[in-house]
Design a protein around this ligand. Structure first.
Ligand code: SAH
Ligand code: SF4
Ligand code: F3S
Length: 482
């Protein structure tokens, strides 16, 4: 089989990142290996996101840039997948004449078949069929091999969404909610662990309703099974919906030692009127009550959230309620978005839209307030010792040769999901820092205690206090400090 090169551009959420990895695995069967250079590629796949207008525009601007490449290389195959592909289908082929394949969010397992048809017949194909049941067709062997390496890995445990929040395109582009079997999930995570994974994030649009339709085990029961996997250090999940955030899950936070100290629980607004129009099915009071209960069970948990500003009909008073909720809860971090009309959603038909200028002003006000809260929260960590899962050398200071040894920075996250850049805290003899990628592997994936010294708005920094196979290596010496 000839070697052919595949370049994947992924836009959007972690689900798309996971899907892209699956795409790469599926296409190995046709002889494609991944490249980081689009110029070298024989096949380019764009995995798209439709959550907001901007994400969709990003996809079309990337496709625009491919025009010259396709002219230079007429045999180049270009495929568009993901949420915009599902939503627009044939329109994409019409709008961008050089696209060969448009495939939807549930067509990944059919991709090798589609690509070989294009290779042999040069036809243009659209496959946006969306079966309610997702067959589990991932080629186990190749999936295992492709998942080699990452200390922190994702696993999709359910697909689709049935909640129909009025602003959201996801139920339309990802289809009905379906859960994967717990056995397959556990099998996949075990395989990840065999290849070096220490932390796994379970993905779904609403993980709390895991298994309900199919009568599988509950989400907290699944978490407990994952907790029992030897060799795994940390478990995270995203996203759970406040309306379904159950007491059982709160107890999981109390009882499962591998479950990280972090909950991402999108609230979207602090106004009950707006929450109702969003079809969120909870009130501000219920949200606050759930967070308070959880904090009683796990006092040091960090809580992050998503917020939409400028939803149709949002008055100044509604927005003030959102700011009020932020003060009451004190989020560790917040992802805030300007409301954006999406195709086929109910909110896109609401008439009382908020002017762009107003939306932007509200967003800025909200971000300023959150920045102050985050800084304060982060400052609380200063002086404390945190357990960090080492993800590698930090981009800024890693791989620096011939610099003072203290300059070598490593990076990782706290259990509360805060990024920490840190250096070795031990006394050291003189020498030249000699770090190469093989040495980096020695430290990556270990848990290490770090004393936090400084807090910023998006990260923390500090010094390691646990001696271990980390940090300083000298020419000719082993990568060991102890
Ligand atoms: N399933 C997740 C959210 C997935 S989308 C959940 O329910 O929490 C991620 C975030 O994008 C949402 O939480 C919301 O804050 C934002 N979002 C979704 N649709 C949007 C829209 N039309 N305009 C602006 N932000 C939107
Ligand atoms: Fe979208 Fe709501 Fe489903 Fe989240 S729960 S994916 S916001 S419809
Ligand atoms: Fe975007 Fe689709 Fe994820 S719309 S946020 S890529 S589910």
């Amino acid at each position: 089989m000839d070697i052919k090169y595949l370049y994947i551009n992924t836009i959007g959420c972690q689900m798309n990142v996971y899907d892209s990895r699956q795409i790469a695995c599926e296409l190995k069967s046709l002889g494609y290996i991944e490249t980081k250079s689009p110029d070298k590629a024989d096949l380019i796949i764009l995995n798209t996101c439709s959550i907001r207008e901007k994400a969709q525009e990003k996809a079309f601007s990337f496709l625009g840039r491919l025009a010259t490449l396709k002219k230079k290389k007429p045999n180049l195959i270009i495929g568009v997948g993901g949420c915009v592909a599902q939503q627009e289908g044939r329109n994409i082929i019409k709008r961008v004449p050089f696209i060969n394949i448009v495939f939807g969010t549930r067509a990944i397992s059919r991709l090798p078949h589609l690509i070989s048809r294009v290779e042999s017949t040069n036809s243009r194909i659209v496959d946006i069929e969306m079966p309610d049941i997702m067959p589990e067709t991932i080629n186990e062997q190749s999936f295992e091999r492709a998942s080699q390496g990452p200390v922190s890995n994702f696993i999709t445990i359910m697909r689709g969404c049935d909640n129909y929040c009025t602003y959201c395109v996801v139920p339309h582009v990802r289809g009905r909610e379906t859960s994967r079997s717990p056995q397959n999930i556990i099998r996949d995570i075990r395989n990840f662990v065999k290849t070096g994974t220490k932390e796994v994030t379970l993905l779904g649009q609403n993980v709390n309703s895991f298994g309900k339709k199919e009568n599988l085990c509950s989400f907290p029961k699944l978490l407990s099974q994952v907790n029992d996997i030897n060799g795994l250090s940390r478990i995270r999940f995203t996203t759970s919906h406040p309306k379904d955030f159950s007491e059982e899950l709160m107890y999981a936070f109390r009882d499962l030692e591998k479950l990280c100290n972090h909950l991402h629980l999108p609230v979207q607004s602090g106004s009950n009127k707006i929450l109702k129009r969003m079809n969120r099915k909870y009130t501000k009071e219920l949200y606050i009550e759930k967070i308070e209960k959880l904090r009683k069970l796990r006092p040091d948990i960090s809580v992050t959230s998503d917020m939409i500003v400028g939803f149709p009909g949002e008055t100044d008073a509604d927005f003030e309620e959102t700011l009020g909720l932020m003060k009451t809860v004190g989020f560790d971090g917040l992802f805030a978005f300007i409301y954006s009309d999406r195709p086929n959603t109910r909110a896109s038909e609401f008439s009382d839209k908020i002017p762009e200028k107003e939306k932007k002003e509200r967003l800025q006000k909200l971000l300023d307030m959150q920045e102050a809260i985050t800084r304060k929260k982060n400052r609380n960590h200063v002086g404390k010792i945190e357990s960090i899962l080492v993800e590698g050398m930090s981009k800024k200071h890693g791989n620096v040769i011939d610099k003072g040894i203290n300059e070598i920075q490593w990076t990782g996250r706290t259990s509360t999901n805060k990024i920490v850049n840190f250096t070795n805290g031990h006394s050291q003899s003189k020498g030249t820092a000699f770090i190469d990628s093989s040495k980096e592997e020695i430290a990556t994936g270990i848990l290490i205690d770090v004393r936090i010294e400084k807090a910023f708005s998006h990260s923390l920094s500090g010094k390691a206090v646990t001696p271990g196979p980390l940090l300083n290596t000298y020419k000719g010496e082993k990568a060991y400090v102890a």
